[in-house]
Design a protein around this ligand. Structure first.
Ligand SMILES: [Zn+2]
Length: 68
């Protein structure tokens, strides 16, 4: 038998525990190449660059802006 709680947690204790569970808004920074908001430390989803270099090719119908 595993350990079992001796007392029922009150609704106040339940609320205190859940006070840390809220989701935060996603952090966004402008891409230095195209200005699109992107998540930091990730390649830009619009122009495919990271730290000034194109590292991924964006497959879209529209031509991706930025350095060739
Ligand atoms: Zn970009």
């Amino acid at each position: 038998m595993a350990g079992h709680p001796k007392k029922k947690h009150s609704h106040a204790v339940q609320g205190k525990r859940r006070s840390h569970l809220a989701l935060k808004a996603v952090a966004l920074t402008p891409c230095p190449q195209c200005g699109t908001l992107k998540r930091p430390h990730e390649a830009c989803a619009r122009c495919g660059t990271y730290r000034g270099r194109r590292i991924i090719t964006i497959k879209t119908k529209r031509a991706a802006p930025g350095p060739a």
